[in-house]
Write a protein that binds this ligand. Structure first.
Ligand code: PGA
Length: 253
């Protein structure tokens, strides 16, 4: 059974002290996670060690970085490699978030290199894709996201692709309070899975977790996560509030 994942994306929010309090609050709740369920918390780089120390005691809770660079080490001021992340206990890395694509000009090709760098070290990429509003309005979202998969992931082997977690995040739903309806989410997730099946076969496509992101909240998580091709969520704003994110974790099917 493929993994169902509640992933928090703190983005560039919270002080260290606020982050500690948020994790302590989350850990104070009780969860009955099943073996196929996971929680991932993507925190700013300076908080990774703190977060690893808190979450490493808790089965099925993992810390993620929000980005990495493609090179292993060297003269790349300001960048962080997969090796550096692993040296502080981080094995999950979010890449290709729409904010990085938009503000830092990350291309599909560059993201293909990041996927390779992460998989080469045995870590887990959480690869984000999703269309902007004009593309959705023109009803061209399927071709748009298919191209993102093709250009960043389709060079991978059948074995490697199964180690990638995909997060579909329509840009028009991120931080806007506008969620895709559960039907819209299911429709495009099913499309993404059928694309993956076309390339790698149905059995492999069936093993790949596809998370939904874009204004996931406690009050819509159960409905979104109950869709057959939605395998959890990548959560921004609501992951900064203990009660919200705890409820989202508990909404995992
Ligand atoms: P949001 O962000 O939940 O605040 O819409 C989601 C994301 O960007 O990952």
């Amino acid at each position: 059974m493929r993994k169902k994942i509640a992933a928090a994306n703190w983005k560039m929010n919270l002080t260290l002290q606020q982050g500690e309090a948020l994790l302590d609050g989350l850990l104070a709740q009780s969860y009955q996670l099943q073996p196929h369920q996971e929680v991932v918390v993507a925190v700013p780089f300076p908080y990774l060690t703190m977060a690893v120390q808190k979450l490493q005691q808790v089965p099925q809770f993992y810390v993620a970085a929000q980005n990495c660079y493609t090179k292993a080490s060297g003269a790349y001021t300001g960048e962080v490699s997969v090796d550096i992340l692993q040296s502080v206990g981080v094995q999950h890395i979010v890449i290709g978030h729409s904010e990085r694509r938009e503000y830092f000009q990350e291309s599909n090709q560059f993201l293909a290199e990041k996927v390779d760098a992460i998989l080469a070290k045995g870590a887990t990429p959480i690869f984000c894709c999703g269309e902007p509003l004009p593309v959705r309005e023109a009803n061209e979202q399927n071709a748009f996201v298919a191209k993102q998969l093709q250009e960043s992931l389709y060079h991978l082997s059948a074995e490697a692709i199964q180690k990638v977690v995909i997060a579909y995040e329509p840009i028009w739903a991120i931080g806007t309070g506008k969620t895709a309806t559960s039907a819209q989410a299911q429709e495009i997730h099913a499309f993404l899975r059928s694309e993956l099946a076309g390339k790698y076969g149905a059995a492999i496509a069936d093993n790949i977790s596809i998370l939904y992101g874009g204004s996931v909240k406690a009050n819509n998580a159960i409905e979104l996560f109950s869709q057959p091709d939605v395998d959890g969520g990548l959560v921004g704003g609501a992951s900064l509030i203990v009660e919200e994110f705890a409820a989202i974790i508990k909404a995992l099917p």
